[in-house]
Design a protein around this ligand. Structure first.
Ligand code: NM2
Length: 520
């Protein structure tokens, strides 16, 4: 097949068309676009918030069940297959793909939001609020979130490596449910919806990363961060990830992921050692305990009495947990496709447990070290993060937190470079996956020009909207864009179960006798 006939044109054009249909009114009539999206967002989160909460906890339990049941023993590949990447590289790639610069942003500052507006009606600034402050961030970046990421990897990796279908697509992974419709317009809609969601989610990421990197640059230069600076940041970031995606999985993507890992180790290790080590470890373990104790409560807190009783509603679940699950959801098929792609030769159990454990621990370290460091500065009176956040900007508060470290110019630089690399490693794998989805078949890697094309498309909506001052709109759009994904996730889970049940010998039945016959 030649280059062009490898492209799946309906999906390719469908994704661009839907992007234009949404982007053009936003650009031409921004006030209307903003209103419509805000309305859609509050409609979805208020009425269907419970669905988001439910899908989170249900997927988590489902994955644990799959990993530890007989299905967990299935190897992704045929006899003699070896994992393509060693475990450290695998974990680094997984983390770097699924997590962008937002972990630096929220990891450092999320506590400050909860400290001021705590959950469960707790009084702001109290002892209890302080305990929840770091814990809630760890929860929003914890096992449920990683379960959302991992689920699509189950059917996708199974079809790709076990059933050997040379297609990396969400619609393909839904085949046991969609049946023959997987090939027609319904399949295309599933793929396009996921691509649209990803473009929205990526916009959210860019919306946070650009001002953060901008604040870092302005810390050194004193230049007021403005649109010109942001544009330069965006162009540099896009160039880096486009090159990385162009050189492919085994070169650019792998190399940047490893760089990402090492820079993270250096930053976190340094803050941990020269920072208030005892406080950091105490507060981290404290949070883990509080989280373990309240795991189900937090995952299902829907604030049901909000508008009825004498209590003021906080809107916490919609603003945070539901927003987060939606954000993880829009990224999930992409991360699932990527995790599947790199997991050849591993067992399902290794893939699931690896994703949940490495992912959660990785985020725990960012939130536990950077977040608690900020909290320490605030509580000890050394530096008020909250004051800068409320009076200057959130980004400035993040950069100034890091700037309180000894040797601060070095570490602010590492922080900013790391933000750039984190961004690049999410967007390079993102464009790699978008390219895979728009191809009928993939030989080894998707076609190069196709990868480059999607790298540029991924960056475009954020650039255009930034000029129009509509990045927040895009952020909200990602939540709305995530709604159909709830149903796609259910389809993916059912598809996986159907496929493995159809293929597996019923070795264990429902009961298993060690000695099948009577013994004396
Ligand atoms: N998630 C992990 O911006 C980023 O870090 C990408 C964000 C979904 C909250 C992913």
């Amino acid at each position: 097949m030649n280059n062009k006939s490898l492209i799946d044109w309906p999906t390719f054009i469908g994704a661009i068309a839907i992007l234009l249909i949404v982007a053009v009114p936003l650009i031409t009539v921004p006030e209307f676009g903003d209103m419509a999206i805000t309305a859609a967002n509050s409609f979805v989160t208020h009425n269907f918030g419970v669905l988001y909460l439910l899908i989170g906890i249900v997927l988590f339990i489902f994955l644990i069940y799959i990993a530890f049941s007989q299905y967990g023993r299935i190897v992704l590949g045929t006899k003699g297959v070896q994992p393509e990447f060693n475990t450290l590289t695998w974990a680094a790639m997984l983390f770097a793909a699924g997590i962008g610069s937002s972990v630096l942003y929220w990891g450092t500052i999320e506590w400050a939001f909860y400290y001021q507006s705590p959950p469960f009606g707790v009084e702001p600034g109290t002892r209890e609020a302080i305990e929840w402050a770091v814990t809630y961030g760890i929860f929003h970046w914890g096992p449920i979130a990683w379960a959302i990421y991992c689920l699509p990897a189950l059917p996708i990796s199974y079809f790709f490596y076990v059933r050997k279908r040379p297609v990396l697509k969400v619609s393909e992974a839904c085949r046991p449910v969609l049946k023959k419709y997987a090939d027609g317009p319904v399949g295309t809609i599933v793929d396009v919806l996921f691509m649209f969601g990803l473009l929205g989610g990526a916009g959210t990421t860019m919306a946070l990363a650009t001002p953060l990197i901008g604040a870092g640059v302005s810390h050194f230069t004193g230049i007021e961060p403005d649109i010109v600076l942001y544009t330069i940041v965006l162009i540099i970031a896009t160039t880096i990830f486009a090159i990385s995606s162009y050189t492919g999985l085994r070169k650019g993507i792998r190399m940047l992921s490893n760089l990402n890992l090492w820079l993270s180790f250096i930053l976190l290790g340094f803050v941990f050692i020269v920072g208030p080590t005892v406080f950091l470890s105490q507060s981290m373990i404290n949070s883990v305990g509080l989280l373990a104790d309240n795991f189900f409560r937090m995952s299902m807190w829907a604030e049901p009495f909000k508008d009825l009783g004498p209590f003021e509603r906080t809107g916490f679940p919609e603003d945070w947990t539901i927003f987060y699950w939606a954000w993880w959801l829009v990224y999930a098929p992409f991360v699932g496709l990527f995790v599947a792609r790199i997991s050849k030769g591993r067992t399902i159990r290794e893939m699931v447990v690896g994703t949940l454990v490495y992912g959660t621990v990785g985020c725990l370290l960012f939130f536990g070290i950077l977040g608690n460091f900020g909290l320490y500065l605030e509580l000890s009176g050394q530096y008020s993060v909250i004051e800068t956040m409320n009076n200057v900007s959130t980004e400035a508060a993040i950069i100034e937190t890091i700037a309180q470290l000894p040797l601060s110019p070095i570490f602010v630089t590492i922080f900013v470079v790391l933000a750039l690399v984190f961004l690049a490693t999410t967007f390079d794998s993102g464009s790699y996956i978008l390219a895979s989805v728009t191809q009928k078949e993939i030989d080894d890697e998707p076609i190069r020009w196709n990868r480059m094309f999607w790298a540029i498309i991924l960056a475009t909506p954020s650039i255009i909207l930034m000029y129009l001052g509509g990045l927040e709109t895009l952020q909200t759009a990602s939540i709305v864009g995530g709604f159909p994904l709830i149903f796609i996730m259910i389809m993916l889970a059912v598809s996986f179960k159907r496929a493995v049940n159809a293929d597996m010998p019923k070795t264990f039945g429902t009961k298993y006798y060690i000695y099948p016959d009577e013994r004396e």
